[in-house]
Write a protein that binds this ligand. Structure first.
Ligand SMILES: [Zn+2]
Length: 359
C-alpha cells in the first residue's frame, strides 16, 4: 500500500500503481513503516545494506553486494567521511537502485524508465541488468559520455531529450503514465528512499550505535538527505539510538531552492562544477524542509571556487570523488566559519560519487 503524506490518499501497490498521488500530485510513500522490535542484533557486514532488512519495506530480490561503505577518519578536516562512492556503479545511488529494482522484481515489472543526467541513470541501468529487466534512461542531450557509457554497457537504452532538465522528466513521465513502463525514479519512487535510509543504519552500526552530532550532505533532489533523515528517525524510534543528528545540506550556488526558501533569494553565479545537484524543483521539497526543521539542520549554497578547492584538497588526500561530492566538504568549512558548527562537534560528511566516471 502506498500513501500520500500530503493529502492522505492511499493506493494499492502493483506494476500499474501511480507514480505520484492521483489526488494532489505529491510524491507517494509506503504506508507501512517497518521497525524492528527488540534489541540491536549483531550486524553482519557481509550482508551489506541488507543487514538492516528489519527496517526495510522491500525484500532482497536484486543485489550486487552493495553497502557497508567505509568510514574514514580525516584529520585534515577533523571529521569522519563516509565513502559512499564505494559502490558497484560508483555512487550512493546504488542504495536506492537496489531497493527500487528489488521492488520492481517483487511487483513483476518487465520494463522500467528513469530520467537522470548522471549517477542515478547508471545505477538504475546496472541494477536493471542484474534484475533482467529492460530499462530506458532519459537523459539531457548534453549528458556526459562517461555516464552514457555505463548505461549502454549495461544494456539499457539512453533516450536523449533536447531542452531543459524538466523536458527530460516530462518525456520520461509520459512513457510511465502511458502504462508502458514502471517509473523507477530516484526522485519520486518511495523504494529509492527506503534504500537511502540504509546510510543511517550503516553509519550508526559502524560507530557502535553512537550517531554523530551532525551529518553534512550534498542536496539536490535530496535522495540521500531525506533517506538518511528517515533512517536516523527510525533508529531512534526503534530505541537503537538516542537522537537524530542535525542534517546540514549543501546546494550549488545559483540553483539552491532549499537555501532560498530558508534564507531568502541570493544573487550568485551558477556553480556548474556541482552539476549533479542542480535541481530547481526537488520532488519532495516539503519533506526536505521538514527534515531540516525536525533535525535542527540547515542548508547553504557553495560556489564554484570553493567547490574546486575542496575537490583538489580531497584528491590530494586520496579521496577520488567527483566534483559534485566536493560541495559537502566545502560546505563543512562554511558551516564552521559561520558558526553553525563549533569546533567540538562530532561531524560525518557523506562523499557520494566516484571521480572515475566524472568526465
Ligand atoms: Zn495527495
Amino acid at each position: 500500500m502506498l500513501e500520500c503524506r500530503s493529502c492522505g490518499a492511499t493506493c494499492e501497490s502493483g506494476a500499474d500503481e501511480p507514480w505520484r498521488c492521483p489526488e494532489c500530485g505529491h510524491a507517494l510513500d509506503f504506508a507501512e513503516r517497518p521497525l524492528p522490535d527488540g534489541e540491536k542484533p549483531d550486524v553482519d557486514p557481509l550482508a551489506g545494506l541488507w543487514a538492516f532488512d528489519a527496517f526495510l519495506p522491500v525484500g532482497r530480490e536484486v543485489t550486487l553486494g552493495e553497502g557497508w561503505t567505509p568510514v574514514a577518519e580525516s584529520a585534515a578536516w577533523d571529521a569522519q567521511f563516509k565513502l559512499d562512492y564505494v559502490f558497484p556503479s560508483g555512487s550512493y545511488k546504488d542504495r536506492g537502485a537496489a531497493l527500487t529494482l528489488s521492488r520492481a522484481a517483487e511487483l513483476g515489472v518487465e520494463r522500467v524508465v528513469e530520467d537522470s543526467s548522471g549517477n542515478a541513470g547508471a545505477a538504475i541501468a546496472q541494477y536493471a541488468a542484474r534484475a533482467g529487466v529492460d530499462a530506458d534512461i532519459y537523459v539531457p542531450a548534453d549528458a556526459k559520455q562517461s555516464k552514457l557509457d555505463a548505461i549502454e554497457a549495461a544494456g539499457a537504452t539512453p533516450v536523449r531529450v533536447e531542452g531543459s532538465r524538466q523536458d527530460v522528466t516530462d518525456a520520461c513521465v509520459r512513457e510511465a503514465v502511458g502504462g508502458e513502463a514502471w517509473y523507477a525514479s530516484h526522485a519520486w519512487n518511495p523504494a529509492f528512499y527506503a534504500g537511502t535510509e540504509t546510510f543511517a543504519y550503516e553509519l550508526a552500526a559502524q560507530r557502535d550505535w553512537d550517531v554523530p552530532n551532525a551529518v553534512v550532505l550534498p542536496l539536490g533532489h535530496g535522495t540521500l538527505f531525506l533517506g538518511a533523515y528517515r533512517g536516523f528517525e527510525k533508529l531512534r524510534d526503534a530505541g537503537w539510538t538516542d537522537e537524530v543528528p542535525r542534517l546540514l545540506g549543501v546546494q550549488a550556488e545559483g540553483v539552491a531552492p532549499v537555501v532560498e526558501e530558508l534564507h531568502g533569494p541570493a544573487a550568485a553565479a551558477r556553480n556548474d562544477v556541482a552539476d549533479g545537484i542542480q535541481i530547481r524543483e526537488p520532488a519532495r521539497f516539503d519533506q526536505l524542509l521538514g527534515a531540516i526543521e525536525n533535525s535542527g539542520g540547515d542548508a547553504i549554497a557553495c560556489g564554484e571556487a570553493a567547490t574546486e578547492r575542496a575537490l583538489a584538497a580531497l584528491h590530494e588526500r586520496g579521496f577520488y570523488v567527483e566534483p559534485t561530492s566536493a560541495v559537502a566538504v566545502a560546505g563543512l568549512e562554511t558551516y564552521r566559519e559561520n558558526g553553525t558548527l563549533d569546533g567540538s562537534e562530532d561531524v560525518v560528511v557523506a562523499l557520494t560519487g566516484s571521480g572515475l566516471k566524472a568526465d
